[in-house]
Design a protein around this ligand. Sequence first.
Ligand SMILES: [Zn+2]
Ligand SMILES: [Zn+2]
Ligand SMILES: [Zn+2]
Ligand SMILES: [Zn+2]
Length: 110
Amino acid sequence: MQKCPVCKEPLQGKYWCQQCGAMFVCPNPACGAQVRKRDAQACSECGMLFAPYIEQRKKVRECPKCKKRQGLLEQRCRACRFWFNCPTCGHKITSTSSLTCPRCATDLRR
Ligand SMILES: [Zn+2]
Ligand SMILES: [Zn+2]
Ligand SMILES: [Zn+2]
Ligand SMILES: [Zn+2]
């Protein structure tokens, strides 16, 4: 039986510890990235927020620009129109101030 490295209780699943809430692997089936930050609120790869998923199985993300929550599959923020991923090549846009995609130079202001 594997034990939680944080609270030392036996682990029920591989994604998170039900005792202390520590997250180990992103539970988004399309992602599955390792969660290295112990106090992370969201996956650094796909951006999914952990709390709504654990509580209600909801896949949502927070817009890095306006902080509004929306579905994880949205390509673009509905409120401030920030692109989460480039509409042309799918590259993840990390900077909230970039006007073009750093990979393919698609105009992100459209
Ligand atoms: Zn734990
Ligand atoms: Zn993820
Ligand atoms: Zn936004
Ligand atoms: Zn691109």
